[in-house]
Design a binder for this molecule. Structure first.
Ligand SMILES: Nc1nc2c(ncn2[C@@H]2O[C@H](COP(=O)(O)OP(=O)(O)OP(=O)(O)O)[C@@H](O)[C@H]2O)c(=O)[nH]1
Ligand SMILES: [Mg+2]
Length: 168
């Protein structure tokens, strides 16, 4: 199961669904969780399974029998920073054997507040298998990346992480 949390997480999941080539990733159940009703309605219209985190819908209720779970989110906003930790712990309690988070850190230009919030949220993930994709590092390391395409590279990097792990 791939569970997207918040704006960035949902964008990452959409890219991953579209671009995946490994069977597990293509065939995974995708769930889109957010606190933003407008966004959830848009995602619902596109046919995605959604969970509203502010209407007492509990994402852990859909995890029965799930063995492997990826949580996707961008850190630095409210939703992803708050809920990755809560959902990861809930998933473990619900009996999911492998829980992995893939999260991004904000660009420096997004401001100190977001950067600090992301740092704190990532520190709180102690004990949860977490891959951190640093947006500033991606920008520096990819040959042809620019700001406009940077989020897409982060999405694609998350896809590569999942694919690499699931083919091993
Ligand atoms: N990979 C990726 N990262 C994004 C995208 N949009 C925003 N981000 C990053 O994710 C961080 C968190 O932003 P959002 O995901 O919009 O925030 P949220 O978790 O929905 O939280 P709130 O909207 O504040 O409740 C931002 O600071 C950006 O660094 C995207 O489309 N893809
Ligand atoms: Mg949001």
């Amino acid at each position: 199961m791939i569970l997207a949390i918040g704006g960035a997480g949902c964008n990452m999941a959409e890219t991953i669904m579209r671009e995946a080539s490994v069977h597990w990733v293509r065939e995974a159940t995708y769930i889109f969780a957010d606190t933003d009703h407008t966004r959830l309605a848009e995602l619902g219209k596109r046919g995605y399974r959604t969970i509203s985190l502010i209407d007492n819908e509990n994402p852990c209720e859909v995890m029965k029998g799930v063995e492997k779970l990826y949580l996707l989110a961008g850190m630095g906003g409210k939703t992803g920073s708050e809920y990755v930790k809560i959902i990861a712990e809930g998933a473990k309690d619900a009996g999911v054997q492998e829980v992995s988070a893939i999260v991004t850190t904000p660009f420096d230009f997004e401001g100190e507040g977001k950067v600090a919030k992301a740092k704190e949220a990532i520190e709180s993930l102690d004990g949860i298998k977490t891959t951190v994709l640093r947006n500033d590092d991606l920008l520096e390391k990819y040959a042809d990346i620019n700001f406009a395409s940077a989020f897409n590279y982060a999405d694609m990097a998350a896809l590569k992480v999942i694919e690499l792990e699931t083919i091993q």
